[in-house]
Design a protein around this ligand. Sequence first.
Ligand SMILES: Cc1cc2nc3c(=O)[nH]c(=O)nc-3n(C[C@H](O)[C@H](O)[C@H](O)COP(=O)(O)OP(=O)(O)OC[C@H]3O[C@@H](n4cnc5c(N)ncnc54)[C@H](O)[C@@H]3O)c2cc1C
Length: 287
Amino acid sequence: MIPGAFSYHRPATVADAVKLLADLGDDARPLAGGHSLVPMMKLRLATPAHLIDLRGVADLKGIKRDGNKITIGAMTTQHELLASEDIAKSLPILHETALLIADPQVRYRGTIGGNVANGDPGNDMPALMMTLGATYQLRGPNGAREVAAGEFYQGAYFTALEPGEILTSMTIPVPAAGHGYAYEKLKRKVGDYATAAAAVVLTMSGGKVTTCTIGLTNLHETPLLAADAAKAVIGTSLDAASLQKAAQGAVAIMSPAADARGPVEYRKHVGGIMVTRALQRAAGRAK
Ligand SMILES: Cc1cc2nc3c(=O)[nH]c(=O)nc-3n(C[C@H](O)[C@H](O)[C@H](O)COP(=O)(O)OP(=O)(O)OC[C@H]3O[C@@H](n4cnc5c(N)ncnc54)[C@H](O)[C@@H]3O)c2cc1C
């Protein structure tokens, strides 16, 4: 339960953080809220020799709106997301998902940047970011670049981040007015990671689904977009047959790990149920 020895660095700018990471190489890790990294260090599953604490970097904080896009700084905490009226109004599924992460203590410290950069299949924000069509802004020794959330996740704890790069912010297009949304998460108890979870954003017209995106959490080594499942409900009124087709389409791409949250078949089964429930709840909210 005691982490290995490490040196602590507290840069004040993004440029300084990137320079420290580049200079210190593979032995250095960014530290955000510490609620994934520090537990790993206590278990000695991570043994960084240097921690680069991003908390003193003011430029990494805050929520800004520019027309139909919202940009969120990587060091914005889940608590700050929940306190934002703009997020609650324009991206209500982000508010709903943040509320389902861990507990208030973790949400006071845990950041959205740490959640999406971590690469743990159990993190809730990555599948949501893919569902919302978010873009991540990265900064490293070779400058700034952008990566779509849908292209960021390459394997468990393996992302598009290059050595020395940090995630500085993410930009999310605001979904259409009147859209329906839901994040359905099955967990063993309050504060737990998902056994299975599904994010749905859709629009409806005349009682029929016109657009739909479905994301899946903890049902594969990376977050997934369930494209065939979403296609199965377009043009339908979400009748029983199309809901069943969507659930089957989603289950077909799931390959969860068998772990303390249940065997593979159980997790796929409840994954399908999460998709069905999220679709129904999203449709009920669409105007
Ligand atoms: C009891 C408990 C329950 C939890 N339940 C859930 C849950 O239900 N759902 C959920 O999603 N999460 C859950 N978490 C994890 C929590 O949300 C973490 O806060 C989150 O995963 C990581 O965010 P952080 O700010 O704490 O990052 P840290 O732990 O500081 O960092 C995580 C990783 O990301 C890297 N990193 C951090 N910031 C950046 C950056 N800006 N650029 C590049 N790399 C970066 C770090 O180097 C590290 O590898 C839980 C944690 C605990 C302790």
